[in-house]
Design a protein around this ligand. Structure first.
Ligand code: ZN
Length: 249
């Protein structure tokens, strides 16, 4: 079976047109989110409508977090509250967040002013937290997930998400970093960010990669004025169902 991921958002940090870069990987028992951007509930509803795949926020079991910029995590508060409120009536399970230590250690610092219920609540009232150790693959739902730190303005990581012989590579936000792309290159599909900034990856850098890498690469985190004509790498679209099949299948 291929990995199936519904693309929820493809926009840059300051996009006026698109949701923040994110996806929902469909698993047997629910959904594994890759990042959780602003307006996550509406973003998931819109992606459901476009894809024809029902993305129920109550079915999220796990959330992989690349880093703490708002376009990747601003939805955690809304989702955390929604699921907490549901559990007060006995509905749903507590979602798990997975992040590298340098990201995980500051998640509550970011959420507490809105969620600590006058000092009586902690992160563990909303989410359980699993620390990802770079280079160590772990089972998340039926997926195998490995993280690698990337170079960004703040601590950040990319992921290799594997299932049944197929691997989806996800760059996270990163400056152009050939060693990060090298790590992602064993994936069957590489979702790579692009934006014209020194803390992101300008499209010209990706255009200079080998053709076999460009062919299996898909773009995310595009600025609103991104011109598709400047590259042969295909951008992802919101609501697209990305299917990743292993090469040996
Ligand atoms: Zn960022």
């Amino acid at each position: 079976m291929p990995i199936r991921a519904v693309i929820i958002g493809t926009g840059s940090a300051i996009s006026e047109s698109n949701y923040g870069s994110s996806a929902a990987v469909i698993t047997t028992n629910g959904l594994v989110l890759v990042d959780c951007p602003d307006s996550i509930l509406r973003a998931m509803k819109d992606a459901s409508k476009k894809s024809g795949v029902e993305l129920d926020p109550m079915k999220i079991t796990d959330i992989l977090i690349t880093h703490l910029h708002g376009d990747h995590v601003n939805g955690l508060e809304t989702l955390g509250w929604k699921r907490w409120i549901a559990r007060q009536s006995g509905n749903g399970i507590q979602p798990r967040i997975h992040a590298i230590e340098s990201v995980a250690s500051r998640i509550w610092e970011r959420l507490a002013p809105a969620m600590d219920q006058n000092g009586t609540a902690q992160l563990c009232d909303y989410f359980s937290l699993n620390i990802l150790v770079p280079g160590v693959a772990v089972s998340i739902a039926e997926l195998q997930v490995e993280a690698r730190s990337s170079e960004h303005l703040i601590p950040c990581c990319g992921f290799r998400i594997s299932f049944d012989g197929a691997t989806l590579g996800w760059s996270g936000d990163t400056r152009f970093d050939p060693s990060h792309i090298d790590w992602l290159s064993s994936s069957d599909v590489i979702v790579h960010e692009t934006s014209e900034s020194r803390v992101h990856t300008p499209i010209a850098c990706l255009n200079a990669l080998a053709p076999e890498l460009r062919r299996k690469m898909r773009l995310i985190h595009m600025e609103d004025n991104f011109d598709q004509a400047v590259t042969d790498i295909v951008p992802l679209t919101e609501g697209e169902v990305l299917e990743v099949v292993g090469l040996d299948r």
